[in-house]
Design a binder for this molecule. Structure first.
Ligand code: HQG
Length: 177
């Protein structure tokens, strides 16, 4: 099993591997291993450990006794990650595709199928995120000003920042890569 597939299971479709997420997004590790095998995906405890440890974006975390695992961001399922609001850096970045720019300008940044709008602390990260959808565009987000205006920001365990929405007045559409 790859990290990409594990993310799919833990963010969107745990039932595929016969597991459930609790309200905080945790899945039982033994259940996941058994369920993966049943569904024909090769996965054992060592492989799982390696996926979590080597993941470049900190997409997964174990609980303290390592009996449970969850995704740290990106969910479409309704989970509460118990994150506390934090003060963001003044500027964060959102990577999107050129084809979405007009709509974002007009309506704001929305979370679509996920639980949050995802923001990156670094431009290059945002560029990669945007390139998944087409020709990448980097948006600068005036996060510091948003926080002053009462919008809440959360930082996932992997360092990705999360917020509910971003209105166009807080977006710099002219960020150079
Ligand atoms: C766009 C991945 C039109 C939004 C990434 C994005 C990230 C609008 C797309 C994390 C819009 C949604 C999340 C509007 C937003 N009109 N388009 N009003 N508002 N959009 O995949 O941020 O690598 O749900 O700009 O790296 O691309 O899998 O969100 O382009 O961190 O770990 O609608 O998922 O993480 O796409 O990605 P997504 P995202 P992993």
């Amino acid at each position: 099993m790859t990290g990409k597939f594990l993310a799919y299971i833990l963010r969107h479709n745990p039932a595929f591997c016969g597991v459930e997420l609790d309200k905080s997004g945790w899945a039982d590790v033994d259940g996941l291993l058994a369920g993966a095998q049943k569904s024909g995906k090769e996965l054992n405890a060592d492989m799982l450990e390696k996926i979590v440890q080597t993941d470049g974006k900190g997409r997964f975390e174990f609980n303290s006794d390592r009996s449970k695992i969850r995704a740290t961001y990106g969910h479409s399922l309704p989970v509460d990650l118990d994150l506390q609001p934090e003060t963001p850096p003044d500027i964060l970045y959102h990577g999107t595709a050129e084809k979405f720019s007009d709509s974002i300008r007009r309506y704001r940044l929305i979370k679509k199928s996920r639980n949050f709008v995802h923001l990156s602390p670094e431009k290059y990260m945002a560029e990669r995120v945007g390139a998944r959808h087409g020709r990448a565009v980097i948006l600068g987000i005036y996060a510091g000003q948003m926080a002053k205006d009462g919008y809440k920001f959360y930082r996932s365990a992997g360092g990705v920042w999360l917020t509910e929405e971003v209105h166009a007045e807080y977006i710099d559409f002219n960020v150079k890569p």
